[in-house]
Design a protein around this ligand. Sequence first.
Ligand code: NAP
Ligand code: ZN
Ligand code: ZN
Length: 350
Amino acid sequence: MKHTTVAAYAAPAPGAPLEKTTIARRAPGAHDVVIDIHYAGICHSDIHMVRGHWGEKRYPIVPGHEIAGVVAEVGPGVTRHAVGDRVGVGCLVDSCRECENCRAGLEQYCTGELGMVGTYAATGRDGQPTQGGYSRRIVVDENYVLSIPDALPLDAAAPLLCAGITLYSPLAHWKAGPGQKVAVVGLGGLGHLGVKIAHAMGAEVTVLSQSLRKRADGLRLGADHYHATADPATFRELAGRFDLILNTVSADLDLDAYLGLLRTDGTLVQLGLPETPYALSAFALLRGRRSLAGSAMGGIPETQEMLDFCARHGITAEIELIPADYVNEAYERVLASDVRYRFVIDAATI
Ligand code: NAP
Ligand code: ZN
Ligand code: ZN
């Protein structure tokens, strides 16, 4: 069988605006699922990646790893999904499947030779570059395709595939729940889902945002408290307060100041991926036996668990649905923290 050609939006070079193009999708193999993409979320990582913040990549790049759609075709060996199923694809489309992490369902931390294969700007098992969700169709191995529960609308569910799991995974790992004080730093795409999920888990949730501009939204989404980080009084008032701080900020931050907000044995989990390294004082960690940790998305079983959790709790992203030709403006608005709270591309407009 031959590959198919599909319409897509791609960055032709680092920093260049995205433009309409076509890309090839492989003919489905025995275990492949062909997905008609309905919606693709815009993650801040898409911007870091196409602008070369994380090092050189092969161009053109079709970004997009928050994909929701419907199965159009399946290979003869597929058992997990059927034509017509509502499905999603997140940040990874393959991994070695044999290493300790893959066997534990932590495919995002694959240590095998293949490594985690990113949904775009990576190299697949076949040696070809992967291309992401800003396109009409994608072909993915069935083991890396998630089922989207009927209770979740596809457009507002798309951002769960990256932003949702990226917050769910550390909240679950550090056991956020009743009696725990959780702070979410940055009320953007990741942060707003962190507020909803932490609230649904029963934790007491505080938003730490640059200003009080989005305070009403934060409280409506489930936050119990909301503070401006531009106000130095915030850091005095909240000193030693939190069990868990989830930092979703995409830019450099004074981590020492945030570590000071942890109670004894508290953990600050780094989720944002700024291009420059942080400065850190050892004293900020020693005081109160604090931990600084990182967390990347989530594995396939946990991503399914997160989707099911969101369906049970009625959690979806707050989205602004856009036509594909708005993508470059949307990027500028994300960079200006002017998004409430996730742009989602209507793939029918590609
Ligand atoms: P986003 O929608 O742009 O949200 C980031 C938020 O950070 C903004 O809304 C803003 O919140 C705050 N912020 C931005 N610039 C700031 C600055 N200079 N100083 C202080 N706060 C600032 O981005 P996102 O899609 O949520 O992604 C956030 C970061 O996580 C990105 O770096 C992305 O690459 C990374 N990421 C990591 C993973 C992972 O697996 N760990 C997964 C996905 C994304 P306020 O307006 O409330 O201050
Ligand atoms: Zn992402
Ligand atoms: Zn592996």
